[in-house]
Ligand binder design. Structure first.
Ligand SMILES: Nc1ncnc2c1ncn2[C@@H]1O[C@H](COP(=O)(O)OP(=O)(O)OP(=O)(O)O)[C@@H](O)[C@H]1O
Length: 355
């Protein structure tokens, strides 16, 4: 597999929405992200709401400019390119599928116009070739030709998402990012859309980045799973290791809390809410909810430790030990709450960004 897109030390900081016009509060949506996505692989991204999954997705497809750090496409720095070149690289090389096709598609345009639009903008082929491509795209995603003149409002939710997938594929991208592609759909059509994505990925040799709250689906769909917490990537693991072999306590806690495991277990209890992304804790961001945390965790963000080559790595001072079962961790977490573990540690926050 060859490298396609890579992030190095990427930060995305926003002005906080909640603080009013003149606020100096900043949201750390993505902090120090390093990630490489290879041609043909599926990378799943999991984490609780607000942990930066969508921000990571948007950075990967070049629609979100990082506050700092480097995004490379085929080894070239995307944000040092001239805007016209960047538009060509991003428009032609990547596609994005959003959560809700009802809002992602222009309701006034027919399916044909929606699919022709990227071909027209990027001047792909002659008008006749563009019409052929529209037909080809509809066939690729399993949409009957008769729907070409339909409006999004006349289609079912599953058909609308097929249109959105076809649009993402219009320019024959190498990378497709799907951000919660099934969460707005009826349960009955979710599996069809997931299977379609996997099938297209195989047939077209796409790299697929798949973001979802449904972490068992992410595990089944992906070659590699990225766990995010409060804007940081805290673990990357091969999908077949992530359930029982993940080493970050947070990854284990996430997977223990989802139904669908072969061997059902009690969830690892996590105390308290996710801290605010405007004032993330110092050191390891997970430490305020982690039953293993101590003063070191408050003082120092752990570097990545490799488990089995570059495919599995985590950032934790007190990782889950190899062979330790999630059952063991449930007991540990229940008997050592973070309040006990962190009793001597003053809560510090990372400094605010200058405005
Ligand atoms: N444009 C913006 N302005 C201010 N804050 C933002 C902006 N975009 C995202 N955020 C904040 O950045 C953080 C990360 O958001 P992001 O949407 O990436 O998280 P997420 O993991 O995708 O969440 P969800 O699962 O709920 O979609 C959140 O605290 C969010 O409120």
């Amino acid at each position: 597999m060859t490298g396609l897109v890579s992030l190095s030390g990427v930060h995305v900081v926003h002005k906080a929405r909640s603080g009013g016009l003149f606020t100096r509060d900043r949201v750390h949506a993505l902090t120090g992200a390093d990630l490489a996505v290879a041609r043909g692989e599926t990378v799943g991204v999991v984490g609780e709401s607000g942990c930066g999954k969508s921000t990571l997705a948007k950075v990967l497809v070049g629609v979100q400019r990082p506050t700092s750090g480097t995004v490379s496409f085929g080894g070239r720095d995307l944000w040092s390119m001239k805007p016209a070149e960047r538009r060509t690289v991003v428009g032609g090389g990547t596609g994005m599928i959003f959560q809700d096709p009802s809002t992602a598609l222009n309701r006034r345009l027919t399916v044909r116009r929606i699919l022709r639009d990227p071909l027209d903008v990027h001047r792909r082929g002659t008008p006749a070739e563009r019409e052929d491509r529209v037909r080809e795209l509809m066939a690729l995603v399993g949409l009957p030709r008769a729907l070409a003149d339909g409006l999004p409002g006349q289609l079912s939710g599953g058909q609308r998402q097929r249109v959105a997938i076809a649009r993402a594929l219009a320019l024959d991208p190498d990378l497709v990012v799907a951000d919660e592609p099934t969460s707005a759909l009826d349960v009955s059509v979710r599996a069809q859309i997931l299977n379609l994505l996997l099938d297209l990925k195989e047939r077209l040799g796409l790299a697929l980045v798949f973001v979802s709250h449904d972490i068992q689906t992410v595990r089944r769909m992906s070659d590699r799973v990225i766990t995010m917490y409060l804007g940081r990537i805290v673990e990357e693991a091969p999908a077949d290791e992530v359930t029982d072999g993940s080493r970050h306590p947070y990854t284990r806690a996430l997977f223990s809390a989802t139904p669908g495991l072969l061997d059902p277990i009690d969830p690892i209890p996590l105390v308290g809410p996710v801290p605010s992304a405007t004032r993330p804790p110092s050191g390891c961001p997970f430490r305020t909810r982690c039953w293993k945390a101590d003063a070191r965790c408050a003082g120092e963000m752990p570097d990545f430790t490799a488990v089995s080559g570059p495919e599995h790595r985590f950032r934790c001072h007190h990782p889950v030990q190899e062979g330790e079962s999630t059952h063991d961790l449930v007991g540990q977490a229940a008997s050592a709450s973070p309040a006990t573990a962190m009793a001597d540690v003053p809560v510090q926050h990372v400094p605010r960004e200058p405005s």
